[in-house]
Design a binder for this molecule. Structure first.
Ligand code: BGC
Length: 462
């Protein structure tokens, strides 16, 4: 039973929630823009094609894929920046690139200008995709770290939904696609300017030898003067292994395997075929283009709603149960989709089955692999390699995203629609096995305790 003293201590552990909320909201604009810029292009492309004469599928793929290629590079560079300049400054740089890329895209006069602008946007997306959660996780007290970091994924899914709505709402406005891609400049400015007014991460400050500055940030975050326990843990973790071990050293390898495998699984279960091609998949089912567009808004809403469910559950039931249940749900959804496309009578008599299967699939992603991958990679790596190790996981995630997005339509035409969804489902089964065997529970532990537990080797799962 919790004693009053225990409860009081528990509340103190939640820290200065108002300050933390402000910090998390500002940093998570990085997540919002990740979602907006990846989600907006599907609808905008319809009009860009006409205006910029992007008639071949090569041209259109160049427009879509330039952001993903930029994101691979951005994720690669940002690991170093996060270590050298700090998480906060890296996010400020990403904010200005969101502004420059958004303006460049909105004002593009040619296909290649647009491709170049989306490359710049991609650099920002790749960087913000993991440095924003990294920063938030280093600021949050352990008892609410899951929810606070996952707030970034909530902003991301909201960004995707807002992009779908903007595409739909602006379709009859003159110069529509320029507004669709250009609107992102506003949150970009908010991110770049807002981040100038929040403190640097205490973990990074300790790594720089600025322990007094770190103490001040911790005091503010925890809302109390005595933060010697927290500071001591960080200092010890920063020095216990000597600085800057190699990324591939035996002590880091097991965690790197987890980060990279989850990065690949998150994409190879095919999530962005749904996020980027929802109207296409829905139109495969025989429903008209108009309702395919509005039904894709259902998918966006489901993604947001179930990410909220994840936020409510992550710090209660833990990361592993959500990952296991969520990934199993995705497998069921994929199996049902495959079956739907396999059985002609289902398509004729019950097209709603496809929508239900898609919604089950996306809801399951939103409680499991969607948020938990980004959360876990912000938790499992030791401080001295956190930047490069998260960066490596994010690079794999973006490269896998690129690979899946650009083979989906071809795969569907070569092996057929049922086969395509079953392949993703098979990968989902492998993911469930991997998670069950290898992924540790990180709930309720400080980042330093997790580091200690994982360094003790595999088998320390609970
Ligand atoms: C993934 C993205 C995906 C998004 C959908 C993120 O966790 O990394 O690739 O588009 O979730 O909600």
């Amino acid at each position: 039973m919790t004693t009053p003293a225990g409860r009081a201590h528990g509340l103190a552990d939640l820290g200065n929630t108002r300050f933390l909320a402000r910090v998390a909201v500002i940093a998570a604009i990085g997540g919002f823009l990740f979602g907006y810029d990846t989600g907006v292009i599907g609808g905008a492309l319809l009009y860009i094609k006409r205006d910029l004469h992007a008639t071949s599928s090569f041209d259109q793929q160049a427009i879509v894929s330039s952001l993903l290629v930029g994101a691979v590079v951005g994720a690669l560079i940002a690991g170093r920046l996060a270590r050298r300049l700090g998480r906060r400054v890296t996010i400020i740089v990403a904010g200005w690139m969101y502004v420059a890329g958004g303006l460049g895209a909105a004002l593009s006069q040619s296909l290649w200008q647009l491709v170049a602008a989306r490359l710049v946007l991609g650099l920002a997306v790749g960087a913000a995709s993991f440095v924003a959660p990294m920063y938030i996780s280093e600021m949050a007290p352990k008892r609410i770290r899951g929810a606070t970091v996952t707030f970034n994924q909530l902003m991301l899914t909201t960004g995707i939904l807002v992009a779908y709505i903007a595409d739909w709402a602006l379709k009859d406005v003159a110069g529509n696609w320029r507004w669709m891609v250009g609107l992102a400049v506003v949150p970009g400015l908010a991110l770049a300017i807002g981040m100038m007014f929040v403190p640097a991460s205490p973990r990074w400050l300790v790594e720089q030898g600025r322990d007094n500055d770190a103490r001040r940030v911790l005091q503010r975050l925890h809302g109390r003067d005595d933060v010697s326990v927290e500071l001591g843990e960080i200092e010890q973790a920063a020095t216990s292994h000597g600085r800057h071990r190699a990324l591939l050293s035996p002590a880091v390898r097991p965690m790197l395997v987890i980060g990279i495998a989850l990065a690949a699984f998150q994409q190879f279960v095919g999530v962005n075929t749904v996020i980027y091609y929802a109207p296409t998949i829905l139109s495969f089912t025989g429903i008209g283009a108009g309702s395919a567009l509005s039904e894709s808004i259902f998918i966006g809403v489901t993604n947001v709603v179930f990410t909220t469910v994840a936020i409510l559950l992550l710090d209660r039931v833990g990361r592993r149960p959500l990952l296991l249940v969520g990934t199993s749900g995705m497998v069921l959804g994929l199996a049902a989709l495959g079956l739907f496309f396999q059985l002609g009578w289902l398509q004729q008599h019950a097209p709603v089955v496809a929508l239900v299967a898609l919604l089950l699939y996306i809801a399951s992603f939103a409680v499991g692999l969607g948020p938990v991958f980004w959360l876990l990679i912000s938790e499992i790596f030791p401080l001295d390699v956190r930047g490069p190790a998260e960066s490596a996981s994010a690079v794999v995630n973006w490269a896998a995203n690129f690979a899946v997005s650009f083979t989906f339509l071809t795969l569907a035409s070569v092996v057929g629609r049922p086969g395509t969804f079953w392949i993703y489902g098979g990968i989902g089964v492998l993911a469930v096995v991997f998670i069950a065997r290898r992924v540790p529970e990180t709930n309720g532990r400080s980042l330093e305790q997790i580091q200690h537990q994982l360094s003790a080797g595999p088998g320390h799962r609970t």
